[in-house]
Write a protein that binds this ligand. Structure first.
Ligand SMILES: Nc1nc2c(ncn2[C@@H]2O[C@H](COP(=O)(O)OP(=O)(O)OP(=O)(O)O)[C@@H](O)[C@H]2O)c(=O)[nH]1
Length: 354
């Protein structure tokens, strides 16, 4: 119980019992005891708990003590119904809030024990259950205020928890988005935005497995594209223009992509198209279309159009290679043949089959 709740509850009880004392003409000693119990004791109990090594344990002891005191007062006052009920309900609420259902029998036992002892020692008053109207009303108001105070505490905690949850959820979403962005960065080439070799390392074996399992009629084509004399472009016009040439080719590749197909920057000025479900003839056509489109595109630089060409090597699963590594090697051979034959051309690994 926090200081505010304990203080409020005891003050309200002080007023209710005081009203009962006024109605029944209590002695000065009884008023003194009332002040000690309901004004001083709650402060002492709070400081006791505050300075204890285990505050929760100390508070638990305080609450049992509260229940014991309440039993004494109930028996000593002669069981006035409304005051007794207010004390009992308050003690139950304290205990249950802190200790769950097991707090309930504990309160009953403590109250019953102390009331019984007071009664057995002959210190109890003869039962007189009635309270006057003012005391009854004050007891009711006390209970209501007490319940509302606790309810407000519960509401505040629920709102705090809700806010924390919302904050956590937002942070979680941000982390997820960040992770996705980081992952994207690890699999993408920053200059062209195409996928990179790291992604190919997983995607190519997976595509081979899928083709082997019959996906896309068991067809899979690999196109390896390399810009011709690219070093010369860099040397003559500078790296920035070289970068523009690279991104121009990347855009052409992306514009032509069908669902399920993937475009890579394989390294430097070398690019790759992974075409699941694509026949050898269709892949060769794609290579030629891309080659011609690239050759026909000029990049303007200081008023001078810069034209580049590319060479392309085609490898087809399963004829040219039954694994990712074999397919790559086959496409590489085909590309070298294209370079050897004068560049700006497409070559299939097995030209007789095209
Ligand atoms: N601008 C630019 N150049 C790059 C990048 N990555 C690699 N290069 C350049 O690409 C060039 C590749 O040159 P080479 O391997 O000799 O190939 P090439 O000049 O295209 O000759 P062939 O392939 O035989 O036609 C090198 O000069 C690299 O510096 C890049 O990101 N940007």
């Amino acid at each position: 119980m926090n200081r505010r709740n304990r203080g409020i509850f005891y003050l309200l009880l002080f007023i209710a019992v005081g009203s009962h004392f006024l109605a029944t003409g209590a002695s000065a000693a009884a008023w003194g005891l009332l002040a000690l119990q309901f004004l001083l004791y709650p402060q002492l109990a709070y400081f006791w708990a505050l300075h204890a090594r285990d505050q929760r344990e100390a508070e638990h002891r305080n609450q049992v003590l509260d229940a014991l005191w309440a039993g004494c007062w109930i028996a000593g006052l002669g069981f006035p119904l409304w005051i007794a009920f207010t004390m009992f309900a308050g003690a139950c609420l304290h205990m249950v809030v802190f200790y769950g259902p097991r707090g309930l029998p504990l309160v009953m036992a403590a109250m019953g024990l102390s009331a019984g002892l007071v009664w057995a020692c002959g210190l109890g008053r003869a039962p007189h259950f009635d309270t006057d109207l003012r005391t009854t009303a004050l007891s009711m108001v006390s209970l209501t205020i007490f319940f509302v105070t606790y309810a407000l505490d519960g509401y505040r905690r629920a709102m705090d928890q809700h806010r924390s949850e919302m904050k956590l959820r937002t942070q979680f979403e941000e982390i997820k988005a960040l992770q996705a962005r980081l992952y994207q960065q690890t699999i993408c080439d920053p200059l062209t935005g195409l996928l990179n070799r790291r992604h190919l390392g997983k995607a190519l074996p997976a595509a081979v497995d899928a083709a082997r399992a019959g996906a896309g009629d068991g067809e899979l084509a690999l196109l390896l594209l390399d810009i011709d004399h690219f070093k010369g472009v860099n040397d003559r016009h500078g790296h920035e223009v070289g970068d523009e040439v690279l991104t121009a080719l990347a855009r052409l590749m992306q514009a032509d992509l069908q669902p399920g197909e993937l475009a890579y920057r394989h390294g430097g000025e070398e690019f790759l198209l992974l075409l699941p479900g694509c026949s050898r003839a269709a892949a060769f056509d794609r290579a030629e279309r891309l080659r011609q489109a690239f050759a026909g595109r000029a990049i303007g630089h200081q008023g001078e159009p810069i034209r580049c060409t590319l060479s392309c090597g085609l490898a087809q699963y399963p004829e040219d290679g039954a694994s990712a590594r074999e397919l790559l090697r086959a496409a590489d051979h085909a590309l070298y043949r294209a370079k050897d034959k004068g560049r700006n051309r497409s070559e299939a690994c097995a030209p007789d089959l095209v």
